[in-house]
Design a protein around this ligand. Structure first.
Ligand code: MN
Ligand code: MN
Length: 303
């Protein structure tokens, strides 16, 4: 079950209202790297997790992410607290109010449509979607995805910290950013607590291909590094050894029933191309700049 405590996880001290800054902060409220996405990611993973330790961790972190959602949402609400009252009470002239809500970004949408309340949209007004969550139900995959999600969230917080000089907001964002670092550390430990954890899943990779590096983009800029050279790699530069690597003919085939085979042949015959040179609509209407055409009307290559 969930319970709510009226104290925030981190105290929110906003120096002054700023609707344009509020819309930037929405990125971590309803955006793909935001707190709702993080909370739902770990909550849904926790529900299906069999390992008691990972299940406990996922519920702990999911609940913390909801607490982060509350912190970032409170920052948005405080930044919009001025425009909220001004919109509701028509406290200024029409022109002044118009100027006040067109402060940049999506701030006018936040004011007119949401009344200054934090909405589950990103900083460009795109609605939050469950498609942001890419859990697949395998802990070694999901933990890797969680590690990547935490690192992306950390970077978005870093960018948001860089666009405001409000010390209270900087401090709260710094806390939220730091907690994503801590979550990344927990997820890394949880991943490496599963041995082995690579490759993901139960089936082993095919030893014929696991250690090969196909150098498929060749030319100036070809580089060597630990990702394609050294003891772990057989690097394949020869194009002939990059095609039909299974030793087959490199063609696609399928066994069809006699009836299906006859149907496919009939279809192919009906839609076969001929070597005749047909006159096309492009040629009939061709003018200067059409290039070489057969029936021209003032075209470049007049007969
Ligand atoms: Mn968070
Ligand atoms: Mn996190």
């Amino acid at each position: 079950m969930f319970m709510h405590n009226k104290r925030l996880m981190y105290t929110v001290r906003v120096a002054e209202p700023n609707p344009a800054l509020a819309t930037l902060m929405l990125e971590q409220f309803g955006g793909p790297q935001g707190e709702l996405a993080a909370a739902m990611r770990y909550f849904t993973q926790a529900l299906a997790e069999e390992d008691p330790g990972r299940r406990d961790m996922l519920f702990d972190i999911a609940t913390e992410e909801l607490s982060h959602l509350e912190v970032i949402g409170s920052i948005v609400a405080m930044l919009n607290r001025g425009i909220k009252g001004q919109m509701a009470e028509a406290a200024m002239t029409e022109a002044e109010l118009y100027m006040a809500l067109n402060r940049g970004g999506e701030s006018h949408t936040t004011a007119v449509l949401f009344g200054g309340a934090p909405a589950l949209v990103n900083s460009a007004g795109v609605p939050w979607t469950a498609a942001y969550i890419d859990s697949i139900g395998d802990p070694t995959c999901d933990l890797r995805s969680n590690i990547a999600a935490e690192s992306r969230a950390k970077i978005v917080y870093e960018r948001l910290i860089n666009v405001t000089d409000d010390p209270g907001i900087k401090e709260a964002l710094g806390f939220l950013m730091t907690r994503e670092v801590a979550h990344q550390k927990s997820f890394e430990k949880a991943l490496y607590s599963i041995q082995p954890n690579f490759p993901p899943g139960k089936l082993p990779g095919d030893g014929k291909y696991t250690d090969k590096y196909y150098n498929l983009s060749q030319g100036s800029g070809d580089a060597r590094g630990p990702w394609n050279s050294g003891d772990q790699w057989e690097r394949i530069d020869d194009p002939e050894r990059q095609m039909a690597v299974d030793g087959g003919d490199g063609q696609a085939s399928v066994q069809l029933s006699a009836a299906d085979e006859a149907t496919v042949i009939a279809m192919a015959e009906r839609m076969a191309s001929t070597p005749d040179d047909p006159v096309t609509g492009a040629e009939l209407g061709a003018g200067p700049g059409a290039g070489r055409t057969r029936r021209t009307n003032g075209a470049d290559a007049r007969p």
